[in-house]
Design a protein. Structure first.
Length: 362
């Protein structure tokens, strides 16, 4: 492994300092659009299998390009978006990175990405059992090989999303970040949990600070950022260059404007009024149906829609109705019926839980 970082000619967008982190099945174009409108500066797509994308391109021209649609970026998103790929074989990862960075794959539409992001953080069994996702953190030499291969074929900046390590006995994010930097990565994002932890409470942000001290490239911190105060604390305690917000943004994209205000030393904006929450939820619903069709669009956005209601008084029944809706009209009617109960609709409401997350879900 070389100890000298490979220079990258294309700089990262400054917006990466306030990122919507990638979430499978969540951070699609509609979600990224509303978060960008609410203050996010950068976003990452849900993860895409490098091998699936490459094989799909090798199939006959008439075959549907299902994997490619996951990389769709709407020009109306207004913020830079990275496309995230996962895999464990350097050749497939490099092939996929070249296709994405050149927008040269069948099924491409929309806007070009700002960067290629490599997933080294996914903890789910079906991914790590193939040596992908967070399993890559067991082998820093392999990290170097994959990042080097991807950087060699990508015309865009290459970033890496990783965890603290595999488990409590192997917290090696600094070592893995050094390998990624030496191979040419332009930045790393560290989720301060091990694979063993999945998403359980107890993120240890000290590893983010240790990673920052180990490399010269930007380090983005991630994990348990569910309030402006938590964001400011992470920045202050770790010295990281930016933050990435994940689950706390589901149903509450306004967290980005609040975090931006606090980190810039400005007063926090008021909580959104019911009318604004309704309009934003309906926008995400419309965009999802427009992009994916009614059946799939409604099915895939229901989880986010239910979170717009979470923490508001009397929302339990409406959330259940949202999850059982099968049409755009049905989902919209539930939203309008619920928010219509708030007189006027222009007065901010206080959510019962911080940014829509109960303590067991943070």
């Amino acid at each position: 492994m070389s100890d000298k970082a490979i220079p990258r000619s294309v700089p990262l967008p400054a917006g990466i300092r306030l990122t919507l982190a990638p979430m499978a099945g969540v951070t699609d174009s509609p979600m990224r659009t509303v978060c960008g409108a609410c203050g996010a500066g950068y976003a990452v797509t849900e993860m895409i299998s490098a091998k699936a994308l490459v094989y799909e391109q090798r199939s006959h021209a008439g075959a549907p390009a299902k994997t490619a649609t996951l990389a769709y970026i709407d020009p109306d998103e207004k913020i830079p978006v990275a496309v995230q790929i996962f895999g464990s074989e350097p050749v497939f990862m490099a092939d996929a990175a070249e296709l994405i960075s050149n927008s040269s794959y069948r099924g491409f539409s929309g806007a070009a990405p700002a960067a290629v992001d490599i997933n080294m953080g996914c903890p789910v069994k079906k991914v790590v059992s193939n040596g992908e996702g967070s399993a890559l953190m067991k082998d820093p030499e392999k990290i170097y090989s994959i990042v080097s291969a991807v950087c060699g074929r990508s015309s865009l900046p290459v970033t890496v999303k990783m965890r603290s390590g595999w488990d409590g006995e192997h917290v090696n994010a600094p070592e893995c970040a050094v390998a990624a930097e030496a191979a040419g990565a332009a930045a790393v994002c560290v989720h301060a949990r091990t694979r063993e932890q999945f998403y359980r409470p107890g993120a240890d942000i000290s590893v983010i600070g240790e990673t920052k001290a180990a490399v010269k490239i930007p380090v983005i911190g991630n994990g348990d950022i569910d309030s402006p105060e938590a964001a400011e604390y992470m920045l202050r305690q770790t010295g990281c260059d930016g933050i990435a917000i994940a689950r706390a943004a589901i149903g509450d994209p306004w967290i980005f404007s609040s975090v931006r205000a606090m980190t810039e030393g400005r007063p926090l904006p008021p909580s959104p009024a019911p009318r604004e929450i309704l309009d934003t939820a309906l926008l995400q619903l419309r965009l999802s149906v427009k992009l994916k069709g009614e059946r799939r669009g409604v099915a895939e956005v229901k989880f986010s829609l239910s979170h717009y209601l979470k923490g508001l008084p009397g929302s339990a029944a409406a959330r259940r109705d949202i999850m059982s809706a099968t049409s755009e009209d049905a989902a919209a009617d539930v939203l309008r019926g619920f928010f219509g109960k708030f007189a006027g609709g222009d007065t901010a409401v206080r959510r019962i839980t911080t940014y829509g997350l109960s303590e067991t879900e943070k």
